[in-house]
Design a protein around this ligand. Structure first.
Ligand code: AQP
Length: 328
């Protein structure tokens, strides 16, 4: 039996190179060695208001990007979270055993709630839904970017607490972070992580940006006032550009240093832009093919949900039995 991998992405906007380098790229690489399930977490997306017609479009766009990046749906189901009712059901059951103080401490909650005038309860419960996504499939490994590490720790706390209260029920999932690209920063502000929901034309590189747009965004990226790359005194913007290059090129630290040390920022940016353009070219070509056949994409989503449903139902039934909830 291969260990089971579970991960997901919110269909909240255009997927960017942070989502790709922090998550999607590694999912593709892990497929042969793991039994994988990949989620499009639309129930997470609605913890903040989404324009309904736009959300529907983004769900299918995200699915198409998964396939274009190299997820093989025959091997790894691509599941829209809301098609499997067990996610919401298990969330309620876990909510009842999760102290509210654990949720109020989450950095992402504090960050996102501080930007809202009034906060929906869903934003606070977001990490419980994420715990349910993982625990419902009894996943062994969860590959994510660095920003999700805290939620993964909480998932383990939730699972441990449940197991302690009701007996061994959940597998304890391990976090898997990429060695390069775990936190890609905004091109306009390297103090903030690149994010789908951050506005600004120069903030993120979308996976579907045409080459001319990619080049323009990188040439305008924030660096610092030094003339060129100095490995002993490096600003966050330059470090971010080098990380992006390394994550796409796969060069070692030594290769990077030998090539880029002393290079002027204009030349560095040109080379980073070309690495990104070349790295995204195959994905963009496959995306065009996949979206030309919407019926195929919809059949993948329907069949994927059918495939995972029995696993989800079995876990929910077990959890209910453990808690003494009536299962008939
Ligand atoms: N900047 C990033 N660098 C590396 N990895 C990242 N991820 C997100 N941003 C970066 C990883 O992408 C996966 C999917 O993330 P998500 O869509 O579930 O939500 P998020 O982490 O909140 O990502 P965004 O882009 O910032 O979305 P919004 O703006 O909608 O909240 C995760 O594995 C994440 O770690």
């Amino acid at each position: 039996m291969k260990p089971r991998v579970l991960s997901g992405i919110q269909p909240t906007g255009s997927l960017h190179i942070g989502n790709y380098l922090g998550a999607l790229k590694h999912w593709v690489q892990m497929q042969p060695d793991y039994e994988s399930i990949f989620l499009i977490v639309d129930l997470h997306a609605i913890t903040l208001y989404q324009e309904p017609a736009e959300l529907l479009k983004k769900i299918e766009q995200t699915a198409a990007i998964f396939l274009a990046a190299g997820i093989d749906p025959k091997q790894s189901p691509v599941v829209v979270q809301s098609l499997v009712p067990g996610h919401a059901e298990l969330t309620w059951l876990l909510t009842c055993t999760t102290p509210v103080g654990w949720l109020e401490r989450m950095t992402q909650y504090k960050d996102k709630s501080s930007k809202q005038e009034s906060i929906g309860d869903g934003l606070l419960q977001y990490p419980v839904l994420m715990a349910a996504d993982i625990l419902i499939y009894q996943a062994n490994v969860v590959p994510v970017g660095d920003d999700q590490s805290q939620h993964l720790e909480l998932t383990r706390d939730i699972a441990q607490r449940f197991n302690a209260l009701y007996g061994d029920t959940f597998v304890m999932p391990a976090t898997k972070l990429p060695t390069v690209g775990a936190r890609i920063m905004g091109l306009d502000d390297p103090a903030k992580k690149m994010s789908k929901s951050t506005e600004g034309p120069g903030h993120a590189i979308s996976l579907l940006d045409p080459p001319s747009v990619i080049r323009k965004k990188i040439m305008r990226a924030t660096t610092d006032s030094l003339p060129g790359v100095d490995y002993d005194d490096m600003g966050a913007g330059v470090a971010n550009l080098l990380t992006i290059h390394q994550a796409f090129s796969g060069w070692t630290d030594d290769q990077m240093k030998a090539h880029f040390a002393g290079m002027r920022y204009g030349d560095l940016k040109k080379q980073v832009a070309e690495a990104v353009v070349a790295g995204l070219e195959p994905l963009q070509a496959r995306y065009a093919e996949i979206t030309a056949d919407p019926a195929y994409l919809r059949s993948v989503l329907r069949e994927s949900a059918q495939r995972v449903m029995p696993i989800a139902e079995a876990t929910v039934r077990l959890v209910k039995q453990r808690m003494g909830v009536y299962v008939g």
